[in-house]
Every structure is written in C-alpha cells, then in structure tokens.
Design a protein around this ligand. Structure first.
Ligand SMILES: [Zn+2]
Length: 246
C-alpha cells in the first residue's frame, strides 16, 4: 500500500481509487458498528431459533417451531415499567428486560416483580452514557460488573445477557463482553418507539414487519410503548404468535 501511495505521490499517477478505498473501508467499519445484526465486531443473538433440531439414537429430526417472537424492553426500570408489567401479567406474556444499572436504586420492587412474574432480566450497561462506546474495554467491563451486581443482589440469579447501548458494537465492547462472560443480545425488529409520534403508525409498522423468530426491540421508558402494548400483544396473538423470553 505504502509503495503504491508513494508511487502516486512521486509519479503523479491518477489516484482517485485510493481515497475511494479508504472511504469504503471507513464506511464498512462504521456500518458494522451501527448494525448489530451484521455480527461484524462480535456475535449477537438477533433471532429466536426457528427450528427444533434433535439427534436421538442416530436419527436426526428437524422440525419447524411454531410462530413465536420475543418482546424485549430496554432502558428500565423507568416511568412506564410498572404499567407494562401490569399489561404483561394480564395478558400472560413473558418478556425480557434489559436494565440500566443506575436506574435500579429506588426501583428495586420493579426488578423483583420482573423476576417473580417470569420475565428474563439482562444488563444494558450502568450509565448508558452517550459516550459508552468510546470507553476502554476495562471501563465497559466495570459498567457490566456493577449492573450485574445490582441485579444479582436483588434476584439472586446470575445475569448472562448483555444488550449493547444503542446497539452499537466495536472491538472494545467485544473484549469487555468476552471478559465478562456475557452473551450479546441484539434484535431483528427495531420498533423505533423512542422516536415514534403516532401510536397507530407504530403499531402498524411493527405488525407489517414482524416474522417468526423476531426479537422485538421496545423501551419501557416510552409512554407510546405502554399505549400500544395491549393492541400489539392482541394482534400478535391473533396471528398465532406465542411469546418467548431470551
Ligand atoms: Zn438503551
């Protein structure tokens, strides 16, 4: 590369492709960081298994599982967590909550409800700061550890699932997750409920995109998410979906 670059510099070759390659590389690295589903920097679980594979007495059997989805709620415990837990209880639907460590103090009862009402609980960093992804691997590990400790002190159950804040991944996070013995959990269906303005549009968007095996990303800090949840669950049940935890 260097001698080619030097040749370009000294001999005046046409070098349009050099910045083009650099730009393409930067674009790929950036998109790999943003799209957790690409599994570019680390492997994340982005869907539920849709096949049941069994190997019994030398016989391999593969069966399609029924239609199912997983509802996942990030950023709690938050303002709408209690109401969302009420809806899930009424509808008899289990879900997975990815908690921000600093939100736990003062909301211990909500975390205990999640546990006692059959939901899965995962880690979503301690501070969820805007600059989370610019930290060293050691700092990220520290955030993961503090949140795990806060959850485990309440529930008594080890936490194994981690959802990267903003779904952004990079080599430092890959290292922090590996060193912490966590499993990275992504999604396939991003509802964008955090920026949605119209509840009917949000519901329509989710229902028009949903496929079996989807992990659906929602947020229990959003009023609109609480508002649409009963209809969303009703519509999914009507289409024959059952609900899994992660
Ligand atoms: Zn988040």
């Amino acid at each position: 590369m260097l001698h080619v670059a030097a040749g370009v510099y000294f001999n005046g070759y046409s070098a349009w492709w050099l910045p083009a390659c650099v730009l393409a590389l930067i674009t790929i690295l950036a998109l790999g960081a943003i799209f957790i589903r690409w599994n570019f920097y680390l492997n994340s679980v982005n869907t539920l298994p849709i096949l049941n594979v069994k190997f019994d007495r030398g016989q391999l059997s593969v069966q399609q599982r029924g239609r199912r989805v997983a509802l996942s709620f990030d950023d709690g415990p938050a303002n709408h967590t209690a109401a969302i837990l009420d809806i899930l209880k009424r509808e008899n639907v289990p879900a997975t909550f990815f908690l921000i460590g600093k939100n736990i103090a003062g909301n211990e009862a909500l975390v205990l409800r999640m546990k006692h009402e059959g939901h899965s609980i995962g880690n979503h960093s301690f501070d969820h700061g805007f600059h989370f992804d610019w930290q060293s691997a050691a700092k990220m590990e520290e955030e993961i550890r503090r949140t795990n400790e806060a959850i485990e002190a309440l529930t008594g159950t080890p936490v194994k699932l981690f959802r990267p804040p903003y779904g952004v991944t990079n080599p430092n996070l890959a290292k922090a997750i590996r060193n912490s013995g966590m499993r990275s959990m992504g999604w396939r269906l991003r509802s964008l409920d955090t920026v949605a303005k119209d509840k009917d549009q949000l519901l329509h968007k989710i229902m028009s995109k949903v496929r079996t095996g989807d992990i659906i990303l929602l947020h229990d800090r959003c009023a609109i998410t609480e508002t649409i949840l009963p209809k969303l669950i009703g519509a999914l049940k009507e289409q024959g979906y059952t609900f899994a935890t992660l």
